[in-house]
Unconditional design. Structure first.
Ligand code: HEM
Length: 422
């Protein structure tokens, strides 16, 4: 009887509905035993989100969203508000950490084929786009030279959309140029959207717990699961300590590491800076935009470079989940990572030879990766299973054996899309 009374059923976390929900996510959740450090970035993203909302809320109490006062109100936060310099520096550098984590998180998911967790992945793609919009509007708020000219360049891109473009741009601006109305609406968006992001992150996790996490072996891990607490609570905390440690070091020792000195000059609509460039995390997309001479083409390529992620769950599945035992896919993956780094670097260079050509070639390679990545699965698996697999159709048969379906062959694309959302 006592054994029963002490059993987990009587624990508070089972009797209280809220604690029960919380513990099913953070305490009792069955988690694969073998998750590596690359599974730390999800929780780090959650920490970044919380940190940005917290510091942002405190700064909002001292910020003035008006063109004549915005720049000075930021200077006021830095110089007069108690601890204001710390809040601002954590917030500004926190954005870089947020993107660093999100790129590693996406990279992990591409390497280990986590995009086949379709709903989690699709919500993740939306999180990424909303985050980009939040960071872009946030960068405009200090109303420095780069804030103003960055806003002007990027909002003008919408003007390339046929028919509706020019009206859309004026609607976004709330006038005939980037001005007071633009600053105020960007502030409202930048204030509210992070809460939307928090809700979306909740949906992301909910979908993930529906299927369970993937793992670095790419095999079913149900038989080897451990409870989230204490194993992954401690492991995630180690990640948090390391990330916050590095962030605090940057805030104390090198707070301007990621920022552009041009933004220390107040916005001047009469003076265009010599080099307009976004922060490092947007540079890859900026290079893709600039490498196409036609404005609409550039905008489409820019949008495509992010939207292409939405299509990854449509890939036919490989026999083995992930690239960990496929040297061909690994080679391609690391070339892709290198491509991303070169694109980022090219975004800082002027549009002139040789950077122009290098940017265009690497932009093309960026898209080619998405086309040939699944081919590397096919080629490698046909090679190593050459005893049983002679033709492409044998391969498809084999795919059928390991999985209920192969998206290319037994379902139409429309059926597949419908199934994704059901
Ligand atoms: C605010 C942004 C985000 C937050 C807070 C977040 C949070 C998380 C967390 C906590 C996990 C579980 C731990 C882990 O696997 O690292 C996770 C898993 C996952 N996330 Fe995200 N995420 C975000 C953005 C994204 C984005 C942009 C994508 C993809 C485009 C994405 C795709 C995935 C996938 C596929 C998994 C499952 C991976 C697996 O178990 O194999 N997430 N996310």
């Amino acid at each position: 009887m006592f054994a029963n009374f002490n059993s987990v059923k009587y624990s508070l976390r089972y009797r209280n509905r809220f604690l029960k929900m919380l513990s099913s996510v953070l305490y009792d959740l069955p988690t694969p035993v073998n998750l590596t450090v690359f599974w730390n970035f999800g929780s780090l993203l959650g920490v970044c989100l919380f940190m940005q909302i917290f510091t942002g809320l405190l700064m909002a109490a001292h910020y003035t969203p008006e063109v004549d006062h915005a720049f000075d109100s930021v200077v006021h936060i830095m110089r007069d508000v108690n601890g204001g310099w710390f809040l601002r520096s954590v917030h500004a550098n926190g954005a870089s950490f947020f993107f660093g984590c999100i790129y590693l998180h996406i990279g992990r998911s591409i390497f280990y084929h986590s995009f086949f967790l379709t709903r989690t992945w699709l919500v993740g793609c939306t999180l990424f786009i909303v985050l980009m919009a939040i960071v872009f509007t946030g960068y405009v708020l200090p109303w420095g030279q780069m804030s103003f000219w960055g806003a002007t360049v990027i909002t003008n891109l919408f003007g390339a959309i046929p028919y509706v473009g020019p009206s859309l741009v004026e609607w976004l601006w709330g006038g005939f140029c980037v001005g007071d109305a633009t600053l105020k609406r960007f502030f409202v968006f930048h204030f509210l959207a992070p809460f939307m992001l928090a809700v979306l992150a909740g949906v992301h996790i909910m979908f993930l717990h529906d299927t369970g996490s993937g793992n670095p072996l790419g095999i079913d891990s149900d038989a080897e699961a451990v409870p989230f607490h204490i194993y992954y609570v401690v492991k995630d905390l180690v990640g948090v300590v390391v990330m916050v440690g590095v962030l605090v070091m940057i805030v104390f020792c090198e707070p301007d590491l990621f920022s552009d000195p041009t933004n220390y000059m107040p916005a001047d609509p009469m003076k265009t800076p010599l080099h307009i460039q976004p922060e490092w995390y947007f540079l890859f997309a900026y290079t893709i935009l600039r490498s196409i001479p036609n404005k609409l083409g550039g905008v489409l390529a820019l949008a495509g470079s992010v939207l292409i992620l939405y299509f990854m769950p449509l890939y036919p599945k490989s026999l083995w989940r992930g690239s960990q035992y496929n040297p061909l896919a690994q080679l391609l993956f690391w070339v892709f990572v290198g491509d991303f780094v070169v694109l980022t670097y090219m975004g800082m260079c002027p549009v002139e030879p040789p950077f122009e050509v290098v940017g265009a070639v690497f932009s093309g390679m960026y898209f080619v990766f998405y086309i040939i990545y699944p081919l590397t699965w096919f080629v490698w698996e046909v090679c190593i299973f050459s005893d049983e697999v002679y033709t492409f159709l044998d391969y498809v048969d084999a795919v059928f054996l390991v999985d209920d379906y192969s998206p290319l062959f037994d379902e139409s694309i429309v059926e597949k899309l419908v199934n994704m959302f059901l």
